[in-house]
Design a protein around this ligand. Structure first.
Ligand code: RIB
Length: 294
């Protein structure tokens, strides 16, 4: 049995560090450029593996150097890549600007991720063995819907990070057990700006919601429980890229170990706080021993 299966994206992040991101029509000078393995799916896989989970990844990389490096990064983190396909054409890339406050702006070019339009041979069998399926929205929606439906058929817990934020196809949320949006994503999906009210609105469609609130922590709401807010450790962020993915990866590991939701959220917040103090996505995801030491 594989504890956690991730159906999601792999991107090579092309990261520019600059005092601030340029506006439209503007050119600014940057300080440094790095290529860092990322992609919301791969990030969640690496974060969960570092946190102590047994993880397998379903998705695609391109037949290029980025693809080789993306696969190697997952494997070096202990993620099973047997169902990570290598396809003709370029790997996904994410064009990231990180400013001096650690905030980022990102444009994603799907590349190989765009070829994952449905489940492939063996995917449903693997999903059926999992305790949890992690989904995000950087693959074509048809694949996300197929993955969620497969998990639902086999009573596998599904966790969706609805990022990048977009209106969701009818029926998707009905197959999701836990939704983990950030404030912005919660507002886009629910149509409600206030996170507490957004959480209540989202509970009409999913049984449990965790909204990440950045430095303000995270908010849990469930149909059969009072809402709980968990504060985040106060740290100085140098790069917030991948912080949400780190939170989700660590959260599902803690939940899979049977920890109560508030404790799992505290643990996930500690992991995300470590992530934002380091540069890059997969390069900044803490190991279990580091999370335990906080
Ligand atoms: O969530 C962070 C990720 O978003 C980055 O690694 C980038 O690849 C984009 O997909």
């Amino acid at each position: 049995m594989t504890g956690i299966v991730v159906l999601g994206s792999t991107n090579m992040d092309l990261v520019t560090y600059a005092a601030r991101a340029p506006g439209l029509g503007e050119t600014v000078m940057g300080r440094e450029f790095r290529t860092v393995p990322g992609g919301k799916g791969a990030n969640q896989a690496v974060a969960a593996a570092h946190a102590g989970g047994e993880v397998a990844m379903i998705g695609a990389v391109g037949a290029d150097e980025f693809g080789e490096r993306l696969r190697h990064t997952l494997e070096a983190s202990g993620v099973d890549t047997d169902l990570l396909r290598t396809v003709e054409g370029p790997s996904g890339t994410a064009h990231v600007v990180v400013d001096d406050e650690g905030g980022n702006a990102i444009v994603v070019i799907p590349g190989a991720n765009g070829t994952v339009t449905e489940l492939g041979p063996g995917d449903e069998t693997l999903i059926a063995t999992a305790g949890t399926l992690l989904l995000q929205l950087e693959l074509p929606l048809s694949a996300v819907l197929s993955g969620a439906a497969a998990a639902h058929r086999h009573s596998v817990r599904t966790v969706l990070t609805p990022a990048p934020a977009q209106p969701l196809p009818p029926g998707l949320l009905a197959t999701i057990d836990l939704l983990v949006p950030n404030e912005h994503e919660a507002a886009v999906i629910s149509g409600v700006a206030d996170p507490h009210a957004a959480a209540q609105a989202l509970l009409r469609q999913v049984p449990e919601v965790v909204i990440t609130l950045g430095a303000k922590g995270s908010l849990y709401a469930a149909r059969d429980a009072d809402p709980v807010t968990v504060p985040a450790p106060q740290v100085t962020a140098v790069d917030t890229t991948g912080a949400g993915d780190t939170f989700v990866g660590a959260l599902v590991v803690a939940l899979g170990e049977g920890r109560p939701m508030p404790e799992a959220m505290r643990w996930a917040s500690a992991a995300a706080a470590l992530c934002v103090q380091r540069h890059g996505a997969s390069t900044s995801m803490p190991y279990r021993s580091e999370i335990e030491a906080t």
